[in-house]
Design a protein around this ligand. Structure first.
Ligand SMILES: Cc1cc2nc3c(=O)[nH]c(=O)nc-3n(C[C@H](O)[C@H](O)[C@H](O)COP(=O)(O)OP(=O)(O)OC[C@H]3O[C@@H](n4cnc5c(N)ncnc54)[C@H](O)[C@@H]3O)c2cc1C
Ligand code: FES
Length: 384
């Protein structure tokens, strides 16, 4: 989720209904830290810390300095409630990485749902700064925002979709393509991602792998042993109903004259495939160079699809690489950065789209930075 600046609980919505399976009583994926600010007169401090919640009730959120107000259900994320009410608080990633949605809590109490979110800074607690995307209301709230918008600041407003798991394809051991049928056509920019509610307070981001505007979405996901989100996704039976929010993220195709570099590591190929689909659909005349790295040839999932899309472009080329040596003559051995280093001259002046695991993304960013690449021309999603 990011540009060069890489950059939840309403019980009924959080439940994944798989032809109706619950999450088997696993512990919620949340921080459960309660923050309070300025308890209103008449409220004793001990009343500000709440016990287990048994009822779902509605509170009000007042946003200063504009004075806008909206209703929020107990446990609902502030950002989600604002969006539902048509109040557009600034946001970008939707899951706690970018910090764009930070608010100052003036009054009331909240639950932080992801204590270790990358965007939370140790100073935030002292300053009463909270993440709207990872804070739920436990009372009426007064918050201060840097601004509110009458309409979505990003190209598209994020929406809530109901998705049925329609198809699962095994692409490699522990890598699958998941196809969900939606309640309406998906509206996003290729390269963006969705947040899937995989269980009570179990939200994970996955990049769309195909083109927008369809009644379905596809994700390419890897299973991580012991990873709560991916294990859950991989355990869903066909027909499971998963609430999905989309779109999020700032990685989408910029329209300018620059050559394009698409760089994918592992399942980062998902977002890169979506971008390639878009380039192919418009027969984009710009030079497009794609670099795709994985551990082994088997894990280069979607490579033939990517190669096919690039081959159809006026000037497209794919370079595949594996970190373990392979006998495949169409694949080089080494890291993506090794392959990229041989293109240092043409990288300058290009627009870079990059998605993959943190070590790979960081290594590519370091390489680009050493080459003097302007940060404004790099757009990336960094995930493991
Ligand atoms: C923008 C973006 C796009 C992504 N696209 C893909 C993709 O296309 N394919 C793919 O396989 N993976 C993708 N991921 C990674 C995916 O979201 C998961 O991190 C991955 O599946 C491992 O999750 P896990 O629960 O199995 O592992 P865990 O180790 O349980 O969790 C992994 C990560 O989940 C995140 N997380 C933890 N708690 C929370 C929370 N409360 N709310 C939100 N996030 C939390 C943290 O970043 C944590 O490091 C993407 C991630 C991001 C940020
Ligand atoms: S941290 Fe990115 S939108 Fe909340």
């Amino acid at each position: 989720m990011a540009t060069a600046h890489a950059r939840g609980r309403q019980q009924s919505r959080s439940d994944v209904r798989e032809g109706a399976t619950a999450d088997g009583g696993r512990r919620p994926d949340r921080g459960r830290r309660i923050c309070t600010a300025s308890a209103p007169a008449g409220v004793r401090p001990q009343d500000a810390v709440r016990g287990p919640r048994t009822v779902t009730s509605a509170y009000r959120v007042r946003v200063t300095p504009d004075g806008e107000e909206f209703e929020i259900r107990e446990g609902e994320r502030i950002l989600a409630a604002a969006r539902r009410s048509g109040v557009w608080l600034p946001f970008e990633c939707g899951w706690g990485a970018c910090g764009t949605c930070k608010l100052t809590l003036i009054e009331g109490q909240i639950d932080t749902l992801f204590d270790t979110a990358p965007a939370i800074h140790p100073r935030d607690a002292r300053r009463g700064r909270i993440l709207a995307c990872q804070s739920a209301a436990g009372s009426d709230l007064v918050v201060k925002a840097t601004r509110t918008d009458e309409s979505p600041r990003t190209h598209l407003g994020t929406g809530d979709y109901t998705a049925h798991l329609a198809q699962v394809d095994e692409l490699a051991p522990d890598i699958r393509r998941f196809r969900f049928r939606l309640d309406r056509p998906a509206d996003y920019r290729e390269g963006q991602f969705a947040v899937l509610e995989l269980g009570p307070d179990l939200r994970r981001c996955y990049s769309m792998a195909a083109t927008s505007g369809e009644r379905h979405v596809e994700f390419i996901a890897k299973r991580y042993a012991g990873g709560r989100g991916s294990e859950r996704l991989f355990s869903l039976p066909l027909g499971s109903v998963v609430p999905i929010e989309l779109p999020y993220g700032d990685m989408w195709l910029r329209q300018d004259e620059r050559p394009i570099y698409l760089i994918a590591g592992g399942t980062g190929v998902s977002a890169i495939l979506a971008l390639a689909h878009q380039l192919a659909a418009t027969n984009d005349p710009r030079p497009v160079r794609a670099f795709y790295g994985a551990t082994s040839v088997t894990e280069l999932v979607g490579r033939s699809q990517l190669a096919h899309l690039l081959a159809g472009l006026p000037d497209g080329h794919l370079h595949a690489t594996t970190s373990t040596p392979s006998a495949d003559v169409s694949t080089s051995s080494g890291y993506v950065t090794d392959a990229l280093a041989t293109h240092a001259d043409s990288l300058a002046g290009a627009r870079i789209y990059l998605a993959g695991p943190p070590p790979m993304v960081d290594a590519v960013l370091k390489l680009l930075s050493a080459g003097g690449q302007s940060i404004d021309t790099i757009h990336y999603d960094r995930f493991g």
